[in-house]
Design a protein around this ligand. Structure first.
Ligand SMILES: [Fe+2]
Ligand SMILES: [Fe+2]
Length: 345
């Protein structure tokens, strides 16, 4: 609704606004509409991989001094859009490189893209990266990583750092000196948090440091497929659950893996929450919006972003092979605040 304001009224209003500015006040009528909508985006591996390698050549991992960087994280953020509560980016670790140990309030998930045998430490346990493995390093878990192989390793780093920054709750500490000791056998957490486990308190909202191997993941997907599990909007869809509580992967992030069967096309829906997908296998198209539709044509190792409250559906372009998508989203945060909404097409 527009109102016409006389010159005299405008003078009065300007005087009020001037006083508001001086006193740290703001009138409801001064708010300028809603924030512009977030837009979908795709990062194609064919474009990204060369520049990741160039960055590895140009920037050394070190203690952050003398031109080195503490981590070689390269964020994938949509140009002109903020991080959102969940960020995703690439971590590139070259043969022989070791990143110093630290911990922080942001929770980190790592999803292996290329390279096998690089490890990250988490609370005195080594966790191995391999393509398709997901590692969880929760709030305040000590972690560092080392590539002792002779090949570059690239994984996706997923952090709730946008949320932590928004809440101004950034705390971090460096490990005093040297490496974190490894006191636990490899595979300790996976063994420790099975259905049969030592008494474990359920009141910790953070997940334990944990890893989900690719062999178990693909076996679970295939078993779900064989068992007839099917989500009309996402195909065969599995959550990476907190192994203690059965809840989401971590307090503010849900990681999921999904399989689109050969030739499958899902139905359209829209919901609150942003989703970032990584193509583990296969080739397909995700359509965002209806008229006009935006088509994100993806293939192996591409990333794409679907913004909140936009109609979307996925299609596997192959009639012979399944397509597999890894994704992360902020649904747990929205659900805990009573703000998760979905409309089915
Ligand atoms: Fe970190
Ligand atoms: Fe969706």
């Amino acid at each position: 609704m527009s109102t016409s304001i006389s010159k005299l009224d405008q003078q009065k209003l300007d005087a009020v606004h001037k006083e508001f500015e001086r006193l740290g006040l703001r009138g409801y009528w001064q708010n300028r509409g809603e924030a512009p909508p977030l837009e979908p985006y795709i990062w194609r591996w064919a474009d990204i991989h060369p520049v990741l390698m160039q960055a590895a050549d140009a920037v050394a991992i070190g203690d952050g001094r003398e031109g080195t960087t503490f981590r070689r994280n390269i964020g994938a953020s949509v140009p002109g859009q903020g991080l959102g509560s969940v960020s995703m980016g690439y971590q590139v670790v070259m043969p022989g490189e070791k990143a110093p140990v630290h911990h922080h309030t942001a929770t980190a998930l790592r999803f292996g893209v290329i390279g096998r045998g690089t490890y990250t430490t988490a609370n005195e346990e080594r966790m191995m990266l391999e393509p398709g493995a997901l590692l969880v390093q929760p709030n305040w878990a000590w972690h560092g990583h080392a590539n002792l192989t002779d090949e570059p390793t690239i994984w996706l780093d997923i952090l709730n750092v946008g949320l932590v920054n928004f809440l101004r709750a950034q705390f971090r500490e460096e490990w005093a000196e040297g490496d974190q000791p490894i006191t636990k056998p490899d595979g300790f957490s996976v063994q420790r948090y099975q259905a049969l486990r030592p008494p474990t308190p359920l009141d910790n909202p953070d997940p334990p440091a944990f890893s989900y191997g690719w062999d178990e993941t693909i076996a679970a997907l295939e078993a779900a497929d064989d068992g007839g599990e099917d989500d009309p909007y996402d195909g065969v869809l599995l959550d990476y659950t907190n192994p203690v509580t059965g809840g989401p992967t971590c307090v503010s992030i849900l990681a999921q893996i999904q399989m689109l069967r050969p030739g499958e096309e899902t139905r359209a829906h829209r919901h609150t929450g942003s989703t970032r997908h990584h193509v583990v296998r296969g080739k397909g198209v995700t359509t965002v919006d209806k008229d006009p539709a935006i088509e994100l044509a993806w293939s192996e190792k591409d990333l794409f972003y679907v913004p909140p409250w936009r109609w979307h559906q996925h299609r596997n372009e192959s009639s012979t092979d399944p397509a597999i998508l890894f994704s992360v989203n902020d649904y747990p945060l929205l659900k805990s605040l009573g703000m998760y909404r979905e409309e089915l097409g």
